[in-house]
Write a protein that binds this ligand. Structure first.
Ligand SMILES: NC(=O)c1ccc[n+]([C@@H]2O[C@H](COP(=O)([O-])OP(=O)(O)OC[C@H]3O[C@@H](n4cnc5c(N)ncnc54)[C@H](O)[C@@H]3O)[C@@H](O)[C@H]2O)c1
Length: 364
């Protein structure tokens, strides 16, 4: 196990994408579990999906701040692609830990809207790296750890499962995946050149309350409610790792507190303090089983009536081009280094999602 070498107490943490699904949950968890933490959040509040969900998440954060007055929270609405703004934030607040979660997500959207991926995921990430680099200017302590989101999509159409960080990931099959793989490459170069401790996290399909409406479980729920048909690819014979958001956040929190080691190579030059981990459930679930549990939980939470006719709203269809039948994460490195493995069951996670959905959309 790695020793934790960063104590978050009294530290300033910058979370980018802080109104996003994972970002907001991370901020909430830090406020609830860390004493006297100073959190700066930045998000451009874009309308890729319903902005009211982002606003709801910000409200949850404000409530948590009120309950933890020893800690502080500052929200900045802006883009990480705005270099001057990022530099100003680093100069003003001097964050010790940076967690970069801001990005344009989604594989399909990158086909029709490529520009925003280049802007947020490449230029934005580059601005963060440059600001980390200059945080050490004039002998300042600077950024002690940069943690950033990568994605399981970097595995492309690899056939070998479980997906391991030891596997070759040189064949991305979407622009989104290519930007995430590029983030890992850029981080490696900056870790090597400027000794920035950096850890990339490849997340595997994250779900939970106030999640992303562009993801299947949320989209299925909306469609079923609207009496539309849901399409289940490969006749449901797909297996995926579904990871509950609290597990992801616990993983990020642990990783934030232990940097990759700084050491010198045989040539006397620094070996990059660089690491990449998978965070997934390591327990692939059959898509049909997933939909089945979702249905049951939607009825239990009274999102759908007890006599809902699921069979007439479900179509089993062949595989989509480029889809892979089974994907899941090898999480042995995360377990070995951080003593942690996601453990929330699908039933428990989908129950929380269904209950939140009911409260957010129907109990108003
Ligand atoms: N949710 C998943 O299943 C999953 C899987 C793999 C990787 N990821 C990655 O994890 C990170 C967080 O994902 P999420 O699910 O919370 O997505 P999200 O879309 O809910 O959160 C991202 C947030 O970043 C903000 N943002 C986008 N571009 C920005 C910019 N240029 N400047 C400032 N803010 C910007 C958005 O407004 C959004 O609130 C992303 O990097 C995503 O690619 C997520």
């Amino acid at each position: 196990m790695k020793n934790s070498n960063i104590k978050l107490k009294n530290k300033t943490v910058l979370v980018t994408g802080s109104s996003g699904f994972i970002g907001a949950n991370l901020v909430l968890e830090l406020l609830r579990t860390q004493q006297s933490i100073k959190i700066i959040g930045i998000d451009n509040m874009n309308d890729y999906y319903d902005v009211s969900i982002k606003k709801y998440r910000l409200k949850q954060i404000e409530k948590a701040v009120a309950e933890h007055p020893e800690s502080s929270w500052k929200f900045i609405k802006g883009s990480i692609a705005d270099k001057a703004l990022i530099n100003e934030i680093f100069e003003t607040y001097k964050p010790s830990v940076v967690v970069n979660l801001a990005a344009q997500a989604g594989v399909r959207y990158s086909i029709t809207n490529p520009d925003v991926y280049i802007e947020s995921n490449l230029i934005g990430f580059y601005n963060i790296l440059e600001a980390c680099r200059h945080s050490y200017d004039n002998g300042q302590t600077g950024v002690e750890h940069l943690v950033y989101a990568s994605s399981s999509s970097v595995y492309g159409s690899n056939k070998k499962v479980p997906y391991s960080t030891e596997d070759k990931v040189d064949n991305p099959v979407s622009l989104y995946a290519a930007t995430k793989k590029s983030n890992e490459l850029l981080a490696h170069a900056y870790s090597k050149l400027y000794n920035i401790p950096s850890t990339g996290l490849r997340f595997f399909t994250v779900y939970g309350p106030a999640g992303r409406p562009d993801m299947a479980y949320f989209g299925f729920t909306n469609k079923l409610r609207n009496n539309e048909t849901i399409y289940i690819f490969n006749y449901g014979n797909c297996k995926r790792d579904f990871t509950y958001v609290d597990d992801i956040v616990e993983g990020i929190k642990r990783v934030m507190q232990a940097t990759p080691e700084k050491k010198l190579g045989e040539d006397g030059l620094p070996i990059p303090p660089y690491a990449v981990y998978n965070i997934g459930n390591n327990h692939p679930e059959n898509l049909l089983e997933f939909v089945d549990i979702l249905q049951q939980e939607l009825i239990r939470a009274k999102v759908l009536p007890e006599d809902y006719d699921f069979e007439s709203h479900k179509k089993l269809v062949p595989m989509q081009l480029g889809d892979v039948p089974v994907t899941y994460a090898d999480t042995s490195a995360l377990e070995a280094d951080f003593g942690f493995k996601p453990s929330t069951s699908l039933r428990e996670g989908l129950r929380k999602f269904a209950e939140w959905y009911r409260e957010f959309y129907l109990d108003k």
